[in-house]
Every structure is written in structure tokens, then in C-alpha cells.
Design a protein around this ligand. Structure first.
Ligand SMILES: CC(C)CC(=O)SCCNC(=O)CCNC(=O)[C@H](O)C(C)(C)COP(=O)(O)OP(=O)(O)OC[C@H]1O[C@@H](n2cnc3c(N)ncnc32)[C@H](O)[C@@H]1OP(=O)(O)O
Ligand SMILES: Nc1ncnc2c1ncn2[C@@H]1O[C@H](COP(=O)(O)OP(=O)(O)OP(=O)(O)O)[C@@H](O)[C@H]1O
Ligand SMILES: O=C(O)CCC(=O)C(=O)O
Ligand SMILES: [Fe+2]
Ligand SMILES: [Mg+2]
Length: 332
């Protein structure tokens, strides 16, 4: 077999933007030639088509429609509502309210909760992280030893007029003191229809090819939620994609992909459930002296207050929350 025959030839006429691998062929089609072994962002394991692997390689995200059933989503919603009604106490759970409510005299009710983090001890919500159809995709990016490192249920509230319901453009790797980045992936599932009006995810395709950028609180007049750091400067001319999704649709994305979400201009609470996975073979890094030092310090301060201890490392805060969901807990 010739070397050329080993390569994957893909017609990429659907691409509406420059693609690093594309060449114009004599037939007038745009074709890309890939060496399968040159695909660095995913593994070949019979689930992803070549087109899907190339799409993740180029864009840094992959949207799978209808991956989670309506029944499962309804169960996650019921579990969320039980937490809001305070019918259950969940160890380690972080219940966050929007800054525009947290800092006012507004009397909070269940609608005031904008985000749950760290639901690894809530069996019904954590079931999301172990869904076989999700793990099958996750394995394409992490390999077989899989840790669920970070869990969230986002209940993006109707904007109060201060635009605080926005999530600034950021790279999730900013929060993670483990590597390598290519063996980390986020799965984010819409719990209802998400669109531009209620603040769907906005991504900068291909931005995962860059490095981790400096993050800071954006200078927003109406205030910014705790720890909602944004990329200090990103190219405003980079093409943006709004990911409109139906209930159950799931997007997998790379931790260097620059993304955020707009304000919620509807009266509903836009819900999504997500988990960040990493290969258990990843290793922790020391963030001192790096761009991540600022977030590391903030996390340590909050953790020290929450657990009433005076010395906890950034690494510890991740090691205690991480849960093995497949294979062996080799390192993390
Ligand atoms: C990849 C992934 C990690 C990316 C992300 O998720 S980015 C966002 C990550 N965000 C977080 O991890 C934030 C986690 N949130 C928290 O830890 C908590 O919600 C806290 C902000 C500490 C509030 O905890 P809580 O138990 O409600 O404590 P208190 O009600 O006593 O408030 C303590 C002080 O915090 C303030 N606060 C509460 N909610 C917010 C807010 N949304 N934004 C900014 N400040 C806030 C509150 O006003 C109070 O301030 P002071 O009165 O002490 O000045
Ligand atoms: N089911 C729950 N489990 C754990 N924490 C919850 C739950 N419901 C709400 N919380 C959080 O518990 C904390 C305490 O709630 P609440 O706001 O009533 O009291 P508080 O923070 O002492 O009041 P204030 O902020 O007005 O001083 C808040 O951070 C709230 O978001
Ligand atoms: O659901 C959203 O708005 C995005 C949240 C997000 O990107 C994050 O918390 O890291
Ligand atoms: Fe994010
Ligand atoms: Mg409070």
C-alpha cells in the first residue's frame, strides 16, 4: 500500500472557514489529507467517524444530538429541585447564587440558585457522569481510565438587568492544575432547548490550538460572579459559533476551547448539566509562577473557609472531589 493510500481523504466542502489541512483538488472540491496517526486530540476506537475526529481536531468541540434521554433529564431536574427545596443535604455541594442577588436584600427562594457545583455525592445527579453513552464518547478523548473531576448543574437565571447572567469567554483549563490538556474533556448537556435568547454556549472554533491565556475578572459595570474569570484578551474577530441545542443534546469540548455564554433574556432558568473528565493517568502541576496562580489562590481561600482548615493545596481540592468512573485510578 502506498503512503498516500494510508491517508484519510475527506471532502470538506461543508467548512465555511479556513482549515489548516485543506487543499483544493483538481475536481474543484476541497479535500483534506490526514495521517490517522497525526490526529492528536482523539483516539481511534470505532465510535467516532473519521469526519467526527477531524471535526474535533479542527474545531475543538463535537456536538452529539439526542445523547441523553428526556427521562434521564427529567430525573436530574427532579434531583435539582429537591436540593433547591432543601429536602436533601449533600456533602461538599456548592450552591451558588447570582452575584446580583447574593449582594442585595432580595429574599432568596429556590429560584435564586444559579449553579450547583461538586454534586459527586448526590447519586441521582452523579448518575449523569456515569451514563454509558457519555463515557463511550469521553473515552475517545481521555482513554480508558476515566476520572470525573468537576461536576456542575447550571441554572442560568433570567438576567436582572445587570448582565451578570453572562459567563465571560474563558478556557476551562485555567481552573485545572492537571495535564496533559488533550486528555481532558468537558461534556455539557442541554436540559432544555438552549438558544441565543436564553444564553446558549458560544465557542471560538479552533481556539484550542492556542495556549492557555491569562484570565482575570472582566471589568463589567454590573458586577461579576465569583470566580468567573475571562480571557484577558482574545481576538474579537475570531469567528464565533452559537451552539443552539435541544434537550438531551450533548457537546464535548477541549479545555483550551475559548467559550462562554450570553445573558438570559427570557423569564425561564436555562438549565444544563456538565462534567469535566480527565484521564486518571494525568498528573498534577504546580501553578505557582504560572497564569493559573490567581485562580489557585482564590480556590485555596474558599476551600480553607469551607472546610475550616488553614492549609489545603489547590491539588488537594481536586483530588478529594475527583471520582473514578471507568478503569483504574492510576494517578489523579
Ligand atoms: C471549569 C469551571 C470550574 C469553570 C467555572 O465553573 S467558573 C465559576 C466557578 N465558580 C466557583 O467555583 C464559585 C463557587 N462559589 C462559591 O464558592 C460560593 O458560591 C461563594 C461565592 C463562596 C458564596 O458562598 P456562600 O455559601 O453563598 O457564602 P455567603 O452567602 O456567605 O457569601 C460569602 C460572600 O460571597 C459573596 N457572594 C455570594 N455569591 C456570590 C457570587 N455569585 N459572586 C460574587 N460574590 C458572591 C457574598 O456576597 C459574600 O460576600 P461578603 O458579604 O462577604 O462581602
Ligand atoms: N439544599 C442546599 N444545600 C446546601 N446549601 C444550600 C442549599 N440551599 C441553599 N443553600 C446555600 O446555603 C447557604 C445559606 O443560605 P441562606 O442564603 O439562606 O443563608 P445565609 O447565606 O446565611 O444568608 P445571607 O447570605 O442572607 O446571610 C447559601 O449559600 C445558599 O445558597
Ligand atoms: O453553562 C454555561 O453558561 C457555561 C458554563 C461554563 O462554561 C463553565 O462554568 O465553565
Ligand atoms: Fe467553561
Ligand atoms: Mg449567604
Amino acid at each position: 500500500m502506498s503512503r498516500a493510500a494510508d491517508r484519510l481523504k475527506v471532502v470538506v466542502n461543508h467548512l465555511d472557514r479556513p482549515c489548516s489541512f485543506v487543499q483544493a483538488s483538481t475536481s474543484g472540491e476541497n479535500v483534506a489529507y490526514y495521517q490517522p496517526q497525526a490526529l492528536r486530540y482523539s483516539f481511534d476506537n470505532d465510535l467516532l467517524s473519521t469526519e467526527q475526529r477531524i471535526s474535533y481536531e479542527e474545531d475543538g468541540f463535537l456536538l452529539i444530538k439526542g445523547l441523553v434521554s428526556g427521562e434521564d433529564i427529567d430525573r436530574f431536574r427532579a434531583a435539582f429541585e429537591r436540593i433547591c427545596r432543601r429536602e436533601v443535604q449533600v456533602p461538599g455541594l456548592v450552591v451558588m447564587r447570582d452575584v446580583s442577588i447574593a449582594k442585595s436584600e432580595f429574599v432568596p427562594d429556590q429560584k435564586a440558585i444559579s449553579k450547583l457545583q461538586d454534586f459527586q455525592e448526590e447519586p441521582e445527579l452523579f448518575r449523569y457522569c456515569s451514563l454509558p453513552q457519555i463515557l463511550n464518547y469521553v473515552e475517545c478523548f481521555t482513554g480508558p481510565n476515566i476520572m470525573a473531576m468537576h461536576t456542575m448543574l447550571i441554572n442560568k437565571p433570567p438576567d436582572t438587568g445587570n448582565k451578570t447572567s453572562r459567563h465571560p469567554m474563558h478556557q476551562d483549563l485555567h481552573y485545572f492544575p492537571f495535564r496533559p490538556a488533550d486528555r481532558i474533556v468537558c461534556s455539557w448537556t442541554a436540559m432544555e432547548k438552549v438558544h441565543c435568547q436564553n444564553g446558549c454556549l458560544v465557542v471560538l472554533p479552533g481556539s484550542h490550538h492556542g495556549t492557555l491565556k491569562e484570565h482575570d475578572y472582566p471589568e463589567w459595570e454590573g458586577g461579576v460572579n465569583k470566580m468567573y474569570h475571562g480571557v484577558r484578551d482574545h481576538d474579537p474577530n475570531h469567528p464565533r459559533v452559537h451552539l443552539e441545542m435541544e434537550k438531551g443534546d450533548t457537546v464535548f469540548f477541549h479545555p483550551l476551547l475559548i467559550h462562554g455564554s450570553g445573558m438570559n433574556q427570557t423569564q425561564g432558568f436555562r438549565k444544563a448539566i456538565s462534567c469535566h473528565y480527565a484521564s486518571a493517568d494525568c498528573y498534577y502541576i504546580d501553578v505557582r509562577g504560572t497564569t493559573q496562580e490567581n485562580i489557585g489562590q482564590e480556590v485555596k481561600e474558599i476551600a480553607a473557609r469551607k472546610y475550616a482548615v488553614d492549609d489545603v493545596t489547590f491539588e488537594d481540592t481536586w483530588a478529594v472531589r475527583g471520582r473514578l468512573v471507568q478503569g483504574d485510578r492510576t494517578n489523579l
